[in-house]
Design a protein around this ligand. Structure first.
Ligand code: TEU
Ligand code: CA
Length: 566
């Protein structure tokens, strides 16, 4: 693997609406982020991705952009942004923006002009088609439910395409003028000093231009629009062009959000010839889904989790570096999702985080993960803001679930679980805002918050800090960043173990993924305990490992990193 400057770094995603509110309007903002840069620096963060902050009607929380050159007033001014970039730079932190260019907002001037004159130049910025026998052009279902087609306002037989909400019309990448507009916008932000982008839903920019029906996959007679991705060839040509014309001249860091890509094409996305620097590793996140809807989602077992991570690393680690996550703003909280109910403790939270940080890949934390934030408790559907959750609730009802069952089913998966305010301290509203938060905070903030964990040596936060420090250490950094990841005892139930074999050091990572203890016979001589989730961080490496000759006794959810260098 060709070495890159970012390989040894650590990254963090900020969901700006919920991170820190500086002016009491209940919405997180840029000044709020600015005030927390030292916190991020202390944690060991080098790269920060901020979810969309552009001008937006917020139908999909900013993923519907009405002006790519303006910030939404709720987040602050362009001066605030410049200040944030400058302050981040002082601390050697790079800021990356969200690039949402599969679609824009229906309030964007391009779309307004397209409505005015569908046959004029802006009509060609979108996919506008005539209906078929008075009906929509084809039977694709959008990711947020309903047809991908909606009537172009004021035009009888014209429809426009939207893979997401109807307020998010898809941009027509076949049009070179549109592509140039986008590259110009990217360069403008890079000129400003942002270090790069996270590319939203990027695989969708290439369509199957036949726009034909596929066999229905639900009772509504439609099929998921992701079906068409199988036949949409040539997305790399767009992506390579974007790299050449926009990213490369600035040495931008780029990370793609892509589902549904062809495994054999990994080389085209990451590594030496790839169009991105990295992509997120979503392997564990895809587990348990059936295509029917969230109501049908199965709980992920520890063994499934392990197998998915191992398979993903086996196929990717020689090509390039993916980014490891346990959650993001679209996912439930990792600790609630991957740990069995009733077994979510500080130890098990650290174990999950430890596995993520020790697996090969760029650790990409999501705000609140480092203190072990958990899913929200929803008691009524009216507490939900997220458009996708509301759709999935309807899907569950349509399938015949009672209101109560439907709520329970979508509550586990709701994207709002991760969007509740960041828990800074135990003051009202978790110290996130002096006003009323736009989305209700999680009630456990009095126990789970940054302030409580900051000085405590056995806290989840201290553990994350120590693990990120380890990644940058002279002694073990090379093994953690570049060491080959090799599974060990992968048939053992509820157990996840692997080596990281570096040039200088060899590490063995052990995780007892259950509440009962277990005995493990390590073959190698143990030179040192490098990390242990059951002890204070200052105590690592102190105990004499001699007595472990007859086998190591792992406590429930114990996580160990051992130096087993021959
Ligand atoms: O997500 C893309 C994506 O595929 C998700 O829609 C995913 O299928 C969904 O969240 C499951 O509920 C990106 C953003 O991360 C997401 O927040 C946006 O809503 C979406 O694109 C549209 O921009
Ligand atoms: Ca605010």
């Amino acid at each position: 693997m060709e070495k890159k400057w970012w390989h040894g770094k650590a990254a963090y995603q900020i969901y700006p609406k919920s991170f820190c509110d500086s002016n009491g309007d209940g919405i997180g903002d840029l000044q709020g982020i600015c005030g927390k840069l030292d916190y991020l620096k202390d944690l060991g963060i080098d790269l920060v991705w901020i979810s969309p902050i552009y001008q937006s009607p917020f139908v999909d929380q900013g993923y519907d952009i009405s002006d790519y050159y303006a910030l939404d007033k709720a987040f602050g001014t362009m001066e605030d942004m410049d200040r944030l970039l400058a302050e981040a730079k002082k601390r050697d932190i790079r800021i990356i923006m969200d690039l949402v260019v599969n679609h824009c907002s229906d309030q964007h001037e391009w779309f307004k002009k397209a409505i005015e004159d569908p046959y004029g130049p802006y009509g060609k910025y979108f996919y506008i088609l005539e209906g078929r026998d008075g009906k929509v052009p084809c039977n694709w279902r959008s990711y947020f439910g309903g047809s991908v087609w909606d009537k172009l306002p004021g035009h009888d037989n014209l429809y426009y395409l939207h893979m997401f909400a109807k307020e998010q019309p898809d941009l027509n990448w076949e049009n070179p003028l549109l592509r140039e507009e986008i590259y110009r916008m990217i360069r403008w932000w890079l000129e400003k000093g942002v270090a790069g982008f996270r590319l939203d839903a990027i695989i969708n920019i290439k369509k199957d231009l036949r726009f034909k029906d596929f066999p229905a996959d639900r009772e509504d007679g439609m099929c998921s629009c992701s079906q068409m991705l199988k036949y949409a060839k040539g997305v790399h040509e767009f992506l390579q062009e974007m790299k050449e014309k926009a990213f490369k001249p600035y040495g931008a860091f780029t990370i793609g959000e892509l589902f549904d890509f062809r495994k054999e094409e990994l080389k085209r996305y990451i590594g030496t010839e790839g169009c991105f620097e990295s992509i997120f590793d979503f392997a564990p996140h895809l587990l348990g889904g059936s295509g029917k809807g969230w109501y049908d989602r199965k709980k992920v077992t520890p063994d499934q989790y392990r197998d998915a991570v191992f398979a993903s690393k086996a196929f990717s680690q020689d090509t390039g570096m993916m980014a490891n996550i346990i959650e993001n703003h679209d996912e439930p909280r990792g600790v609630s999702h991957y740990l069995p109910e009733g077994e979510v403790t500080e130890e098990s939270k650290k174990m999950l985080g430890g596995l993520m940080m020790m697996a090969v890949g760029l650790p990409f934390l999501y705000q609140g993960q480092e203190i072990g934030m958990t899913n929200q408790t929803f008691t009524d559907i009216c507490q939900v803001e997220d458009i996708s959750t509301l759709d999935e609730y309807q899907v569950a009802l349509d399938h015949g679930l009672s209101r109560e069952e439907a709520l329970k089913a979508v509550a586990r998966m709701s994207r709002d679980n991760a969007r509740t305010p960041m828990q800074w301290d135990d003051s009202p509203h978790a110290g996130f805002t002096a006003g009323k938060p736009w989305l209700k905070e999680n009630e456990n903030y009095r126990e789970v918050n940054v302030k409580e964990q900051e000085g405590r040596e056995d806290s989840v936060l201290s553990f994350y800090r120590a693990m990120l420090k380890l990644r940058k250490s002279v002694e073990y950094g090379e093994a953690i960043v570049y060491g080959k990841q090799i599974p060990w005892m992968e048939k053992e139930k509820e157990f996840m173990a692997f080596y990281r074999k570096g040039e200088k050091r060899q590490l063995l990572v052990l995780a007892n993924f259950r509440k009962e203890e277990r005995k493990v016979q390590v073959k190698e001589e143990i030179r040192r305990i490098v990390a242990d989730n059951c002890r204070k961080v200052s105590a690592w490496g102190m105990e004499e490992p001699k007595e472990w000759k007859e086998g190591l006794l792992l406590k429930g959810y114990q996580f160990l990193v051992l130096d087993v260098t021959p």
